[in-house]
Design a protein around this ligand. Sequence first.
Ligand SMILES: [Zn+2]
Ligand SMILES: [Zn+2]
Length: 216
Amino acid sequence: MTMKLTIVYDNEAYNKELDADWGFSCLIEACGRRILFDTGASGPILLGNMKKLGIDPRSIDEVFISHSHFDHTGGLSSFLRANPKATTYVPASFRPPAAGNIVSVKEPGQLHPNLFSTGELGGIEQSLAVKVEGELVVIAGCSHPGIGNIMRAASQFGKVSALVGGFHSFSELRLLKELRLVCPCHCTQRKAEIRKAYPLSCVEGGAGKVIEVWPG
Ligand SMILES: [Zn+2]
Ligand SMILES: [Zn+2]
């Protein structure tokens, strides 16, 4: 089994045809599902980038919202208007602006076989963990609870081997030492330092970037 992750919304554009804007969203294709992780800040930018990437909103089964901040939830209403049937997992502290099929998540647990939530950490944020070939890929929105706490919470479901998302002010570089793949994007303040410390495992982010786990 493999996993494909496409960054749809990011502060930077990897594919220059896409709009760059402060926020984060990515499409995860794994375990026979298509999951939209976060929705960026703006509905028109989210849906516009999806269109340019050939991603039909109606083809997405589920939305996973990491936390309430506008740069992760701003596109949610527009997305749910385009696809009212999607199931939306939200951290317990977030009251989504749209009605629909909303699932509130407080505790760590399995959402589907090989798909897990860390549960709401620090009263604010959940991260998604996908088990691929027995190893976990963790996707984080802003990492407000701290990378260490997120990785520790995800570890109850298996060995963490990859980390993708916004790392915010993260500075404990040694925590990334064991990882096979690191993609610091969105709000990560020390992107250059992380790239320099881990040139082999670190990959560039940005809207339009596609990451396959694990290739070959
Ligand atoms: Zn945030
Ligand atoms: Zn953010």
